[in-house]
Design a protein around this ligand. Structure first.
Ligand code: ACO
Length: 323
């Protein structure tokens, strides 16, 4: 039986850090309101020369270095993003070109903040099905380009960045004790699309549009959706919350993370938090948090790691990995 094992992880952040204080000059807000309601203290904002492709490439190179591999060793790239460099071609193929890869295949995946969980699950299926041997799974976003910088209810929440992992097909028996992706659950519900969306696109307005969100409505649904998929994955893997070493949630809001962890029974010290440093980086948030936790010496080989995300659509999903 083939399992997709994690070989390496890496990330990349734009040079510029923007603090909450700076928003006080742009909109009617305060550092105190942002910290209290969201847990966010700062975020990184991309300069003109920093794009979803350049950040994604840097994260991919970092993950390859961590894995001790080169682009020649990779035969699949799945990029999770809602902020591609161009409407087409896929930004994944631009990253493929930047890495100097002339073989294999690459494509983008769009599930907003759940993008990385969708992408890792998709890559897992390609590896287990034998279509590819090693995959780069990247989450890269420049949400700063689709924010309405005059709307205080959204502009303070998001940031830019990228994270990546290298997955490798490995032989095993299918036991939860073996390294790799053990189980995943994906969901979506298009009836909720008006709660979180971008008000433009190629086929409608012909523009890129701006992010619009009914924050309170999203908040109301978030904990239920997160616990739904995490409990599904725990059940599939026949493990309990106590067995989980690290809970790596999508980093949208510290209050949503705390409420979900409490409901699921994950102890505070097992929860990885980076929302204070990065804000909500959409599809990049989970791999950025993973890399942060690995670099801090928290996540170690053999640990049981639960990933989870929810976002526009709505979409939501969870993945369990033996690191
Ligand atoms: N500064 C100051 N006041 C503000 C700000 C701000 N930046 N933004 C909103 N307010 C005001 C509101 O106008 C409102 O004022 P009013 O009572 O006079 O109308 C008041 O603060 C309270 O607003 P709420 O929306 O009720 O505040 P809430 O506690 O719900 O926090 C927040 C808002 C942070 C957006 C929260 O609802 C949230 O995190 N929602 C979920 C967002 C999320 O998880 N998104 C994830 C998916 S992202 C993706 O997929 C792309």
């Amino acid at each position: 039986m083939i399992r997709s094992a994690v070989r390496g992880v890496g990330s990349s952040l734009p040079r510029r850090i923007m603090t909450n204080k700076e928003f006080e000059k742009l909109v009617d807000t305060s550092d105190e309101w942002i910290v209290q309601r969201t847990g966010i203290r700062q975020r990184h904002i991309a300069a003109e020369d920093e794009t979803t492709a350049s950040l994604g490439e840097a994260a991919a190179r970092a993950a390859l270095a961590d894995a001790g591999l080169t682009p020649d060793d990779i035969d699949l790239i799945v990029l999770a993003t809602s902020t591609p460099n161009n409407t087409f071609p896929a930004t994944a193929v631009e990253i493929q070109e930047r890495l100097g890869m002339r073989h294999g295949f690459a494509f983008d995946m769009q599930a907003v903040c759940t993008g990385f969980v969708y992408a890792i699950t998709t890559a897992d299926h390609y590896l287990r099905g034998g279509t590819a041997k090693r995959a780069l799974v990247i989450g890269s976003e420049t949400f700063s380009r689709i924010l309405d910088w005059s709307d205080r209810t959204t502009c303070v929440l998001f940031g830019d960045g990228a994270g990546a992992i290298v997955l490798e097909a490995a032989d095993g028996t299918g036991s939860a004790a073996e390294r790799g992706i053990i189980a995943s659950a994906l969901r979506s519900d298009g009836s909720q699309k008006d709660k979180l969306y971008v008000d433009g696109g190629p086929s409608t307005t012909g523009t890129v549009g701006h992010l619009r969100m009914q924050g309170r409505e999203v908040f109301k649904h978030a904990v239920g959706m997160i616990t739904d998929v995490v409990e599904n994955v725990l059940e599939q893997a026949k493990v309990t919350p106590e067995d989980i070493d690290w809970f790596v949630p999508h980093q949208a809001n510290k209050r949503i993370i705390d409420a979900s962890a409490r409901k699921l029974g994950f102890a505070d010290e097992k929860v990885v938090i980076t929302v204070d440093l990065h804000g909500n980086t959409s599809a990049a948030s989970v791999p950025l948090a993973l890399d942060h936790a690995v670099k801090q010496g928290k996540i170690k080989p053999g640990d049981l790691v639960m990933l989870e995300a929810m976002g526009g659509g709505f979409t939501w999903g969870a993945t369990l990995i033996r690191w």
